[in-house]
Design a protein around this ligand. Structure first.
Ligand code: SAM
Length: 282
């Protein structure tokens, strides 16, 4: 069987099962050990038996067991950086890449050219912290998570990407308060799915529940962070949250409660859903 035949066969199966055709392409490309350009040159080569077995096993996990591609490969790409993922961390999402872009944009607006202290609350795989510290060397990033296992993965990802990040374990802002640390930018994509909300069963099956669900209509972490934020923020600061598309009003209520004098903006993601809230205190 050639790569072309393999791709065509499983493309159809993926379509029939309403799965992503791109996922099949990605599995074949990543596991063929060719880079993008040379892969095309070998598209009509017969696949060696050993390699074919590896590919068929991986594809079967996707089309028959519905395991996400990133978990099959053991890694994902975020903002161009390769990150190890496991059952202990959320696979970083493209909406979170948008969050990173906005952190960089608002940094330019408020702090351009200055060294700033940034904290990333609930870092998971380290995605946000790594992307920020690589993209803007003036950002000194501290990342926290309550999950020891997630922090192990995040530390490894930081090392593999040569990103210099300080990691602290603990509940939301608690390790920052304990260490008397102060920040100019606070960014967080905490768990925000309300208990009882309908969620894709594959997400529930494959992603850590600690990364997904939160009490109080999914708003628990935002409220706890905003309640304590002034203890860890310098006078001029920016807070940026990723949140659920139905949480705009709840978020605005929290901002009114804890930062009534701030400038606040809710931004839609590329799919047109309310997704990011930016709170600026000057
Ligand atoms: C939605 S995931 C986001 C992970 C990563 N920041 C990203 O955007 O891909 C939320 C993360 O928050 C962590 N978390 C959940 N509750 C927490 C808490 N009380 N304190 C600190 N981290 C928490 C989870 O372990 C998980 O890694």
């Amino acid at each position: 069987m050639t790569y072309r035949e393999l791709l065509n066969k499983y493309k159809s199966i993926a379509e029939e099962k309403d799965l992503e055709v791109e996922a099949i392409k990605l599995l074949i490309l990543e596991l063929s050990n060719y880079d993008g350009a040379s892969f095309l040159a070998h598209f009509d080569d017969e696949i060696e038996n050993d390699k074919l077995n590896v590919l068929l096993t991986a594809i079967s996990k996707y089309v028959n067991d519905f395991i996400p591609v990133q978990h099959i490969l053991g890694y994902s790409y975020f903002y161009g950086y390769k990150l190890k993922v496991s059952k202990d961390v959320l696979v970083p999402r493209c909406e979170t890449e948008e969050l990173v872009s906005y952190v960089l944009e608002y940094y330019d607006e408020i702090f351009k050219g200055k060294s700033v202290e940034v904290c990333d609350i609930g870092t998971g795989s380290g995605a946000i912290s790594i992307a920020l510290s690589k993209e803007e060397p003036k950002m000194n990033v501290t990342a926290t998570d309550i999950s020891k296992e997630a922090l192990e993965i995040a530390k490894l990802n930081a090392k593999n990407n040569r990103a210099s990040i300080k990691f602290l374990e603990g509940d939301l802002l608690e390790p920052l308060i304990t260490n008397n640390l102060k920040f100019d930018i606070l960014v967080s994509n905490p768990p925000y799915i309300a208990l009882g909300d309908e969620v894709d069963p594959l997400v529930v099956k494959n992603e850590p529940h600690l990364a997904l669900f939160a009490e109080n209509n999914g708003m628990e972490c935002y409220e706890k962070i905003l309640k304590d934020a002034s203890k860890v923020l310098n006078k001029t600061n920016i807070i940026l949250f990723e949140h659920g598309y139905k949480q705009k009003e709840l978020m605005i209520n929290l901002v009114d409660k804890y930062f009534p004098n701030s400038e606040c903006e809710v931004i839609k993601d590329l799919s047109g859903n309310d997704r990011i809230t930016v709170i600026i205190n000057k």
